[in-house]
Design a protein around this ligand. Structure first.
Ligand code: HEM
Length: 485
């Protein structure tokens, strides 16, 4: 069974060639690349320059990136090597691809790199872990880690399982549903009680609309707070979120509840210190943003691949149904081994966060290439996940490659890194995997679905990857579950 996604096809051939059937891709293919050097290395340094493509004036290679994502960066790797650069909307960005180059930047041994996210997405992450560096980041991360431990996860999972079951009750069968929008809504329904203790229908919906306004502004081109713009809407949304959280934190600190905000509010560091109210507010806003679209993208990818590979869908459903009516807990999710393999393979092929942004704080080098101070660097973990040098038959949907006996992900510690690596590695990785698996478990027990052999999703990379058509899917009642429709 071979599934060729947009990035998959392009991984074995240049993106423009892969998509040449579409007029826009044919046009992009003919566009001048205008190659050149990023910056001259300091004389006598022994370093080489970074080579790359300027593309069109202003737009640069931005449209290539949106249409082809990791496949575009793979093409940069093939043209210019593991350290290259490209221009996007007037800005030069270094692309670091391949396991060694990615490892060098993420290990960050000489502390030359800091987070580059605020430079790219704007102020929406402010005060969150991914906008911080150095001792402040380390101290907050150590403190917050307790809120992601297994005992705490059990409480969040219980809430998410109740909410996913209720959310799916409204999903129709027998007519097309756009999976991307429906799964995003479901993610919101599963988030607000687990993270904030707020039911979706009693204020949670507005919270998620505000979170989504911030997410949308991350990729806005017009970054002025003019009324009517995404930037303006996000500013208002973030202020509403901050005000709401500022009211909620004092109550959360004293209530003995097991939602994420209550757990974070009660955390005490080794020195007896607690996070201040503004710190909790900022961390919570970033957590809401970081958890929502990533888990949506991962679930959408798995729904797509399960629909293209009914054998895997049946196998995963059989494991989910084997639980009978027992409630789903963390141990129960760990036992869903097929789902674990399917999710790992889905986020390998379509990585929810295929690049990690960094900025050089001083002149430095990556694999002997000169990177000047201030330079933005995109660390392309998503490319590594598709490299034929690392993965046998990399475009094939083959979840078994993650099984203990094969362990293809063990070929290099950065061959599979959908949750990042190094200082900023996703602290919510287990939480995210639980949420995605709990969503898929509920879907599998209730529905079955498939996509025609002729259907291939075309992924777009405006912000996180999503099928351009919203992934229309027709659900049917799952077999072997009498009484459930
Ligand atoms: C499938 C789901 C998820 C994926 C693929 C994912 C991916 C990532 C990646 C790649 C990073 C590192 C970014 C970088 O180094 O630039 C990251 C960081 C982070 N993620 Fe996740 N994430 C997921 C779910 C979650 C969830 C559910 C939460 C919280 C409930 C969360 C919270 C965070 C936080 C707080 C950070 C910043 C860590 C730090 O800077 O120290 N993530 N995530």
């Amino acid at each position: 069974m071979t599934t060729r996604t947009e990035p998959d096809r392009a991984a074995s051939s240049p993106p423009a060639e892969a998509g040449a059937a579409h007029w826009l891709d044919a046009l992009l293919d003919r566009m001048p690349r205008r190659p050149g050097e990023l910056a001259a290395p300091p004389p006598g340094s022994g370093l080489g320059p970074v080579h790359g493509d300027r593309g069109l004036p202003v737009v640069g290679m931005g449209v290539h990136m949106i249409r082809h994502g990791p496949a575009f960066q793979l093409q940069l790797l093939r043209r210019h090597g593991p350290v290259s650069w490209w221009q996007v909307f007037g800005r030069r960005v270094v692309a670091v691809c391949g396991p060694e180059a990615v490892q060098e930047v993420l290990a960050n041994r000489d502390k030359a790199f800091v987070t580059g996210w605020p430079d790219v997405v704007g102020p929406w992450f402010d005060g969150g872990l991914l906008a911080m560096d150095g001792p402040g980041h380390l101290a907050d991360r150590r403190l917050l880690q307790a809120a992601y431990g297994e005992p705490a996860l059990e409480g969040y999972l219980r809430r998410m399982v109740e909410d996913v079951t209720a959310g799916l009750a409204d999903w129709p069968t027998g007519r097309p549903v756009r999976a991307v929008g429906a799964i995003r809504e479901l993610s919101g329904q599963m988030t607000t009680r687990a993270l904030l203790g707020v039911p979706y229908d009693a204020g949670g919906r507005q919270v998620m609309r505000d979170v989504e306004a911030c997410i949308r502004a991350e990729s806005a081109l017009l970054r002025l707070a003019l009324p009517g713009t995404a930037w303006h809407r996000a500013g208002r949304a973030r202020r509403r979120l901050a005000a709401r959280l500022a009211r909620a934190v004092p109550q959360a600190r004293v209530r003995a509840d097991d939602d994420f905000l209550s757990v974070v509010g009660r955390l005490v560091g080794p020195d007896g210190g607690r996070l201040t109210l503004p710190q909790v507010v900022d961390h919570m806003i970033f957590t809401l943003i970081a958890s929502h679209d990533t888990t949506t993208a991962a679930t959408v990818a798995a729904v797509y691949f399960l629909g293209k590979h009914p054998g895997w869908q049946r196998r995963a459903r059989a494991e989910s149904n084997a639980r009978g009516d027992a409630p789903l807990d963390v141990a129960g999710l760990h036992r869903l081994e097929t789902l674990e393999l399917v999710v790992k393979e889905s986020v390998r092929l379509v990585s929810p966060s295929p690049i990690l942004m960094r900025r050089a704080v001083r002149d430095t080098d990556v694999l002997g290439h000169h990177v000047p101070a201030g330079q933005l660097v995109s660390v392309c973990t998503g490319v590594n996940q598709l490299l034929p040098e690392l993965w046998p038959d990399p475009h094939r949907f083959d979840p078994e490659r993650f099984a203990e006996a094969r362990g293809e992900d063990r070929v290099h510690r950065l061959a599979w890194a959908p949750f990042g690596a190094g200082q900023h590695k996703c602290v919510g990785m287990h939480f995210g995997m639980l949420k995605v698996k709990a969503t898929l478990d509920a879907l599998l027990r209730r529905f079955e679905w498939s996509f025609p052999a002729s259907y291939t999703a075309r992924w777009r990379f405006t912000s996180l990857p999503a099928p351009a058509d919203g992934l229309p899917v027709v659900l049917r009642p799952a077999p072997g579950r009498p009484g459930v429709s």
